[in-house]
Design a protein around this ligand. Structure first.
Ligand code: ATP
Length: 359
């Protein structure tokens, strides 16, 4: 189904990305008025009447159409509530985070609506909030600013930087950590160490909670994540901090718990290194690498983790050894030998075990 309505606009990241010449993953539409009413003849997937949003199929693709809305923050830093649905486009754009995200484009005329000088800021590579209370309303915008700054190579405009500094010098910790976590995860999934440097140097890490210790990192976390294929790259940045204020998934908790468990151990040979890291999530080992002992962890990941013994159960049967607890003893012994000398062949292994177990 085609739509042709002058009250329907592209908004937010889509318009920004188009101006920047970038491909946007999703298209956000905004209808000046009631979007659910507007979409009533379309193929509707779902609606959220509280927020006035509707998901529809448009040209074979699922897209969201939002009603223009005014939001208010009854409690600073907590989720906003909708005050008015179907307000003017101006009011809707005014509730947004940065001027570069407060642009709209008319779907019919193609006209760009730019009430807050977003186009100028895009040209000057500046991130500017729309009003002085912006970070107080929603401090997760500070992390969004960090995300956009590394993604696009933009800088905070001076007055916005001052507002950020002011907020970070007097943080309200009674906020929505859910939102903050979403933004942190997106930011550090960019796997970019510049984001990490800014996170520390600008004091943004303080948002995570009081009394955070500043980690000293001498290695490029992004490169390590890529080299070893982390599934949760953001955790190799964030796991260096105290995350107790955040609700973590099972996998995220496992990374932290394992890192806590191993971080004060200092193995002295290959066997104890292997035993320390065996079955530990990769991200915990990388956290160990960057904050405890790089060489030990990298030796495990590049060498020891790949060590395999060539002798199998069948070989032991052929040697006339009856199945039983002795098998584990033999395999442990061979693994220990192989960890010390990875060039051992199967013949070497067999002769060693014959000697050791008197076969
Ligand atoms: P991305 O490319 O990362 O998706 P985006 O700008 O599209 O970037 P979304 O999180 O999808 O980001 O948000 C869509 C739009 O909603 C933004 O462009 C912005 O206008 C507005 N927005 C999102 N989060 C906030 C926020 N915390 N405060 C104010 N406006 C926000």
């Amino acid at each position: 189904m085609q739509i042709n309505n002058e009250k329907l606009y592209y908004v937010g990241g889509f318009v920004r990305d188009e101006i920047l010449g970038l491909q946007s993953v999703d298209i956000d539409y905004c209808y000046e008025g009631n979007a659910i009413e507007f979409a009533k003849n379309m193929q509707i997937i779902r609606t959220n009447p509280d927020f006035g949003t509707v998901r529809v199929v448009l040209d074979g693709q699922e897209v969201d159409i939002a009603s223009t809305r005014i939001e208010i923050y009854p409690k600073s830093g907590h989720l906003p509530v909708v005050k008015t649905l179907g307000c003017t486009l101006f009011e809707d754009l005014k509730r947004r985070d940065f001027t570069i995200n407060a642009l709209a484009k008319n779907t019919v005329t193609g006209e760009i609506i730019d009430y807050f000088n977003g186009l100028e800021d895009i040209k000057n590579k500046k991130l500017r909030v729309l009003h002085d209370l912006s970070f107080i309303d929603d401090p997760s915008r500070i992390v969004r600013g960090l995300k956009f700054s590394v993604r696009f190579g933009f800088e905070l405009d001076n007055s916005t930087k001052k507002l950020q500094d002011l907020y970070l010098s007097n943080i309200n910790y009674d906020i929505s950590y859910h939102r903050l976590k979403k933004e942190l995860k997106e930011t550090f999934s960019l796997n970019n160490d510049k984001a990490f440097d800014k996170f520390i140097n600008q004091g943004i890490y303080r948002l995570l909670g009081e009394n955070q210790l500043i980690p000293r990192v001498e290695h490029n976390i992004g490169e390590l994540n890529v080299q070893f294929g982390s599934k949760y790259p953001y955790m190799v940045y964030l796991g260096l901090f105290d995350l107790s204020r955040f609700e973590l998934t099972y996998e995220e908790k496992e990374i932290i718990v394992n890192f806590e468990r191993i971080k004060s151990s200092m193995p002295e040979d290959n066997i104890s290194t292997y035993n320390l890291f065996n079955k530990v999530p990769l991200e915990s080992i990388l956290l160990y690498a960057i904050s405890v002992n790089y060489e030990v962890a990298i030796n495990y990941l590049t060498n020891l983790a790949k060590v395999e013994i060539a002798t199998k159960g069948d070989d032991l049967l052929k040697l006339g050894i009856k199945q039983g607890p002795i098998y584990k003893e033999i395999f442990d012994y061979l693994l220990a030998c192989k960890l010390e000398n990875s060039s051992l062949t199967k013949d070497d292994e067999i002769s060693m075990l014959k000697r050791r177990f008197g076969l």
